[in-house]
Ligand binder design. Sequence first.
Ligand code: ATP
Length: 238
Amino acid sequence: DIKTPLLEIKNLYVNYGAIQALEDIDIVVYEGEIVTLIGANGAGKSTTLRAISRLIPPRRGQIVYQGINITRSRPDQVVRLGIAQSPEGRRVLARQTVLDNLKLGAYTRSDKLGIKSDLEKQFIIFPRLAERRHQLAGTLSGGEQQMLAIARAVMSKPKLLLLDEPSLGLAPQIVREIFSVIRQLNESGVTILLVEQNATLALQTATRGYVLEAGKLVLSGLASELLKDERVKQAYLG
Ligand code: ATP
């Protein structure tokens, strides 16, 4: 039973000027998985997602998606191929309404009816957004903005969803709601690469995980195994 990866990162190096942010990273994501990247602040988790979305150029290495080398693709081409990122800090357009933010998420699509039905789907998944569809995004709570950022990414119809710190700064009840939606999305067929500061929650949600330290991979395996690993427990599970 040979599985083909949906995403394969091979020997990836990323620099910010003189700072080496990623060094020799190898990551594989299979269709249907939730894979998590854990690590301390500055370990390179966000940089990995930004490299996949093509928001920063790698210095070396390859990013292959569905057998296509996307290492030099444009960010919008990557979205068209089925990769969407919900960025850290939420980055919704504060002066636009919830509805307009969601429509922007569908900018690569031209199937008007499909977009309309997907908008309604988001409002079912996120009832808080439905009630606030005409409200300016900047007036939403942190948790609601996070939900909007995820819903906006989903509007591009991704096969692979990149989530950067969905729990950051949010109250436990909202975090539970968001993680329940993440599982729901995965069950509906979306493969997920999840970057999380909350390693316990991430490993409880994921199938497999990778541990990054100072730009390097130090450990990887089944999430259930990583949860039991002494090194992971000591460093990340508080
Ligand atoms: P965090 O959770 O704090 O975002 P992270 O694991 O996602 O941590 P990255 O944001 O990927 O880490 O940062 C990796 C390294 O690259 C850090 O040393 C960081 O200071 C550096 N870095 C990130 N963005 C830039 C930038 N735009 N310019 C210069 N250095 C950067």
